[in-house]
Design a protein around this ligand. Structure first.
Ligand SMILES: [Zn+2]
Length: 193
């Protein structure tokens, strides 16, 4: 798994520059746009900075990582800063009990690209996403499998669609992450923020 760091510019809409509370979970998303690349989605987040501050319908969105169709990983935010990936008016009771009133504060967001409308991930995206999640679980010493969530589990949004429609695939993702964690030698879970 190679990670390309292409950090967003600090701006109110996608990189507010706020330092995190201790990280308590990883949240998996789909990019919501079939056939797009990780870089295109990263550039979409970057482009949000040109919105007007007086626009009441402005979009606030970002994620720490985007995993592309051939499995490349782009990092958009440092791991000690908050992203805007799970904000909503209401949260599920399970999410509030684990993450408090504002889950963006303490969760890492991973967006996954996918080729077609059914939202199914390529094997390459899957493998990179599993490896990335395994690293994050080790780095932040998250509980397994309780530290891995979908956006749907936090707000009921249909995201990622494939995991909402195929809950067994999300279970498989967590199992694969568990297996991948065993392949990371102790003490190797280093990260340059
Ligand atoms: Zn989402």
């Amino acid at each position: 798994m190679n990670i390309e760091k292409r950090l967003l510019t600090i701006n109110p809409f996608s990189r507010p520059g706020k330092k995190f509370s201790p990280v308590k979970g990883v949240v998996v998303h789909w990019v919501g746009n079939p056939g797009t690349s990780a870089l295109q989605n990263r550039n979409y987040f970057e482009g949000l900075k040109s919105q007007s501050m007086s626009n009441h319908k402005a979009t606030f969105a970002s994620a720490h990582f985007i995993v592309g169709l051939p499995g490349e990983v782009i990092q958009c935010l440092p791991l000690d800063e908050m992203a805007y990936h799970v904000g909503a008016k209401t949260y599920t009771p399970e999410a509030i009990s684990r993450f408090g009133q504002y889950p963006n504060n303490c969760t890492i967001g991973i967006e996954l690209c996918y080729p077609a409308r059914d939202g199914k991930f390529t094997p390459e995206t899957w493998i990179s996403a599993v490896e990335l999640t395994a690293y994050l679980v080790k780095l932040f010493r998250l509980e397994m499998p309780a530290g891995i969530w979908t956006h749907h589990g936090i707000t009921r949004k249909e995201c990622p669609k494939y995991f909402v429609e195929h809950p067994e695939a999300f279970e498989r993702f967590k199992l694969d992450t568990d297996i991948a964690m065993g392949e990371i030698p102790e003490g190797e879970e280093k990260w340059t923020y």
